[in-house]
Design a protein around this ligand. Structure first.
Ligand code: NAD
Length: 488
């Protein structure tokens, strides 16, 4: 064995081949220990008839090396082509997206000169499962799914990343004041995991104020861990505010592989001119080196890059009259970084990724299903498409007139707001009703089951109600596992 880490490299489209060549030169000059295998992806592959943009033969390398340094590609418009990123992400089980967002003031224009944070975004769960249903003329639902194991995996990764990258604090961002169960679970697991890392500070923010603070006082954050949708929005806000969208790299980390890239696209407008900035992809490569445990090399390259920037060696799109001494092209920029390997920036803060080499890969936590709890069926929410009356008390009267064996109607709500009993609104424009049925007094001691729910549904159907969905109401070890309506 050579001690080199095998990686798979794709040179991509547009400016991809130019910036990849520059990045590979920097990696080589810095002494990165890499055994490179090259695959074809992107436009050429799409146009050869492969809808995913990646040929079957390329998977063999990716699944073996489990480490993918990818240049941007051009996605052809129309024609049923699938997103290459989504295909790779799903196939390699990539649960984490890591995006450092850093300001390089005064050398790169920024709204927040002190910004220096990393967003660790969960990538497999949440509303991104894309499970949606239209249920009435007026109403569509999208399901937000959060699991204990998925939350544990991403939160543990964020703490491990913080430790490996020499960062001091991890902040959790949720909306658990509203989504007490789904976001509450994420927050609870964050508190559990944080207790295992006493060397790293932690705090929690509600997403609205958290987003506002990222935009106004980003120095309060170091590493942020959050769910898929919040992470998507927050990472774009942060990159934009930092002013470094063109310089950002990102990592997608998975149990079966990891992918590292720039966040910008293939820039066809400047392709072939030798003027593209290789910095975004170089930052992707720095994240890769950290991932595979070549921390010292990652640190050397990153500090040389910072020194290049503060020495005023800039590519055209970030050049300014005040701070640029020399405007260079892609290769010239790579040469300047190589010339500064081993140097430390004087005005920008140097990075510290630890001194280890080949020893401290960022580990991914093993996840297991939690132990079984005592799960008891308390009742069922029956959702009705109903627009025949102007007041929910009419609906309640009609439901109460139906003879059910084990269930009694306890509450009606619409869009989470209690509508019966004792409602204040007249709910004239609702057609989507949640009717909560719980055990009748006479059935309190009998264990409810799905057969009882089926009997209830059959009775409601015979009485002419349009049931659009049901949700079972469970308690786990005596703890309620469902929300109550506002006002209930
Ligand atoms: P883009 O990021 O490629 O370009 C936006 C603007 O930024 C252009 O003016 C471009 O010249 C400039 N720019 C981008 N990278 C630069 C660099 N390294 N140096 C200097 N200037 C740079 O976005 P777009 O034009 O919307 O997309 C072009 C193509 O890239 C599309 O086909 C899109 O699908 C694809 N894309 C791919 C990825 C990826 O592979 N991960 C990501 C985004 C977009």
């Amino acid at each position: 064995m050579s001690g080199k880490t095998p990686i798979t490299v794709a040179h991509g489209d547009g400016i991809g081949p130019e910036i990849m060549a520059a990045v590979l030169r920097v990696l080589d000059a810095a002494g990165a220990q890499l055994a490179i295998e090259t695959i074809d992806i992107g436009e050429k592959v799409y146009k050869s008839g492969v809808k995913s943009g990646i040929a079957d033969s390329a998977w063999e390398s990716l699944l073996r090396t489990k480490c993918f340094l990818k240049a941007p590609i051009t996605t052809p418009q129309g024609g049923g082509f699938k997103s290459l990123n989504v295909t790779v992400r799903k196939t390699l089980g990539m649960f984490a997206n890591i995006r450092p967002c850093i300001a390089y003031a005064p050398f790169v224009k920024t709204l927040q000169p002190k910004m220096d944070l990393v967003i660790v975004r969960e990538n497999e769960e949440d509303l991104y499962a894309g499970i949606e249903h239209r249920q009435t003329d007026n109403t569509v639902q999208a399901l937000k799914l959060i699991s204990r194991s998925g939350s544990y995996k991403i939160i543990s990764y964020a703490f491990e990343y913080a430790r490996a990258a020499g960062r001091k604090k991890v902040s959790c961002i949720t909306k658990d004041n509203i989504m007490k169960l789904a976001d509450g679970l994420f927050h609870k697991i964050f508190d559990e995991v944080a207790a295992e890392y006493p060397d790293i500070e932690n705090d929690h923010w509600i997403v609205d104020i958290g987003a506002a603070r990222i935009a106004s006082r980003p120095e309060q954050f170091d590493v942020i861990v959050t769910q898929n949708l919040y992470g998507d929005i927050l990472s774009d806000i942060a990159a934009e505010v930092a002013g470094s969208v063109g310089l950002c790299g990102s990592a997608n980390i998975g149990s079966k592989g990891a992918m590292f890239e720039a966040i910008h696209g293939s820039a066809p407008d400047i392709a072939g001119q030798g003027i593209a900035n290789p910095s975004g992809l170089l930052h992707g490569a720095v994240l890769m080196l950290q991932h595979i445990g070549q921390n010292r090399t990652a640190q050397t390259i990153h500090n040389a890059w910072l020194k290049t920037l503060e020495d005023g060696i800039h590519t055209g799109e970030i050049a300014s009259r005040e701070h640029t001494k020399e405007t260079v092209g892609t290769e010239g920029f790579a040469d300047a970084v190589i010339a500064r390997l081993g140097e430390i920036p004087q005005r920008l803060s140097p990075v510290h990724y630890g001194d280890s080499e080949h020893s401290s890969c960022i580990s991914i936590a093993e996840t297991v299903l939690p132990p079984k709890q005592d799960k008891v069926l308390d009742g069922v929410d029956v959702f009705l498409d109903w627009s025949e009356t102007t007041h929910p008390s009419d609906l309640a009267a009609q439901l109460n007139a139906v003879q059910t064996d084990k269930f009694a109607l306890s509450v009606i709500s619409t869009r989470g707001l209690k509508a019966w009993p004792d409602a204040v609104d007249d709910f004239k424009i609702a057609d989507h009703w949640c009717c909560r049925f719980t055990a009748k007094d006479s059935a309190k001691n009998a264990k409810l089951n799905n057969g009882d729910i089926a009997a209830l549904l059959s009775t409601l159907h015979k009485a002419g109600f349009d049931v659009v969905k049901t949700e079972n109401l469970y308690s786990f070890d005596g703890q309620r596992g469902y929300s109550v309506a506002q006002g209930e």
